[in-house]
Design a protein around this ligand. Structure first.
Ligand code: GBH
Length: 445
């Protein structure tokens, strides 16, 4: 075999959905044409975002969506995962933008895959309030009634785990609360919102509903009991607390008692949360090594964790790091997916990788190609091991507003000059186009 044969991409099943992902607050801009979100309030405060930037303009996707859809069409992806901004939908004419975007996508033969909440909660709402869950379901019904004739595949929430941890427990994301374990009701109310949204979507005729949860293998720092116990705790907190209730209708042992129940008790909520899904979305970036608490503040991928947590995060050694400092561990994706299949068995619907990607600078981004190539192969190994994975979405189409990191971290297949807003495809865009086009285009419906 020639060298190129040895490196040939393995074949993926017919109909496998290749795509790219973005989110509203990170790319749209046009902040004057929507209501404020908790992120607008948060970034207005000093020292919250590293470069002092805001998402008021971002990639100006709101005005340039036609150009961006042309980039998607040229890329040849079968799906585009974007998010709908709740504060935009709540403002006059707000749904019109998503109407136009969805029409443009359909005309380009790209399947729209909207996420209904990607962290930009309307200012004034608060996930600590149970009522926010029913407000969310009402908003979801409005969006589904308007777009449901052209949208098949829906995502309720993006990463409630990260939103709870970073936004409400550690305060490095909006709304900037440092509640530590008192943030748990925020997780429960988002999960309840997810379940109510699934019901609202189905009531409006939607047939292909999922969630995008962040997951990664948790590796104990050593085989010692204290490290293993700390890693187990972390795994419950970041992975199982969000997957178990959705997939099995139960919280992991010990967690349910900490959650606020409804008048009907926690079981009534869990029944809503466990509404069966058509598919389960996984966002994967890296595994995390976790050990016993060290009584010191620790750096966690750019975030400083308080010392009082019952675990510590330790570096994964011997691996290349992305610009963000996250280790590159493709086989972690295989481990994660086979682990999910083993843990959840028949309760696990087909999986879609709803985000995977890395931050690197430069147009000749060979490191990104290496990262993506490794992860796509790792995904294929999970398929060979019998895990039912139906799609893969790269984070992200465009360089964008990377939350507390501002514009300093570039995750795009397409470079954005944030002064001129000019888009320039990177080497990785060409690589992904070859992969997607070689694999065959996924039919739109
Ligand atoms: C996603 O969050 C978001 O959905 C998206 O909006 C965002 O732009 C994108 O990722 C990139 O950040 O243990 O040190 O390796 C994912 C956030 C990724 C945060 C994995 C923790 C592990 C850090 N998580 N990360 S480390």
């Amino acid at each position: 075999a020639t060298e190129s044969d040895a490196h040939a991409m393995p074949r993926f099943p017919e109909g496998f959905l290749w795509g790219v992902s973005t989110s509203a607050h990170q790319i749209e801009g046009a902040a004057d044409l929507r209501g404020p979100s908790v992120w607008d309030e948060f970034t207005a405060g000093p020292g919250r975002v590293k470069d002092g930037s805001t998402a008021a303009v971002a990639c100006d996707h709101y005005h340039r969506y036609r150009e961006d859809v042309a980039l998607l069409a040229d890329l040849g992806v079968g799906g585009y995962r974007f998010s709908v901004s709740w504060p935009r939908v709540d403002s006059p004419g707000g749904l019109g933008f998503y109407d136009r975007l969805v029409d443009e996508l359909c005309a380009a033969g790209v399947r729209p895959v909207p996420t209904l909440f990607h962290w930009d909660l309307p200012a004034g709402l608060d996930w600590r309030q149970r009522d926010t869950a029913s407000r969310f379901a009402e908003y979801v019904s409005r969006v589904a009634d308007r777009l449901g004739d052209r949208v098949g595949k829906w995502i309720t929430l993006n990463e409630p785990a990260e939103h709870t941890l970073l936004g409400h427990a550690l305060g490095v994301h909006a709304p900037g609360e440092r509640l530590l374990f008192d943030a748990l009701p925020v997780a429960h109310h988002q999960l309840l919102a997810h379940g109510l949204a699934v019901r609202a979507l189905r009531a409006s005729g939607a047939a292909d509903v999922g969630i995008a949860n962040s997951h990664g293998p948790t590796w104990p720092a050593s085989e010692g009991a204290a490290d293993r116990e700390a890693a187990e705790f972390y795994d419950v907190l970041l992975n199982r607390m969000f997957a178990d209730p959705v997939l099995t209708g139960r919280y992991p042992e010990g967690v349910g008692e900490l959650m606020p129940g409804s008048a009907g008790g926690i079981d009534a909520d869990l029944e809503v949360i466990a509404e069966p899904l058509d598919w389960y979305g996984v966002n994967y970036y890296a595994p995390t090594r976790v050990g016993a608490p060290q009584g010191a503040r620790i750096d966690f991928g750019g975030v400083t964790l308080p010392a009082e947590l019952p675990f510590s995060v330790v570096p994964v050694e011997g691996r290349p790091l992305t610009d963000f400092g996250w280790p590159v561990v493709p086989e972690g994706l295989t481990e994660l997916l086979t682990g999910f299949r083993d843990r959840y068995g028949d309760r696990l619907p087909p999986i879609v990788i709803t985000e995977n990607g890395c931050s690197y600078d430069g147009l000749d981004d060979r490191d990104r190609i290496a990262y993506l190539d490794g992860h796509v192969r790792a995904l294929h190994r999970a398929l060979e091991a019998g895990v039912d994975v139906r799609g893969y979405f790269v984070w992200s189409l465009l360089d964008n507003f990377e939350w507390a990191e501002g514009y300093a971290r570039r995750f795009g297949l397409v470079h954005v000059d944030f002064t001129t807003l000019e888009r320039t495809p990177k080497a990785s865009y060409g690589w992904y186009r070859d992969l997607v086009r070689g694999a065959g285009r996924t039919p739109v419906r």
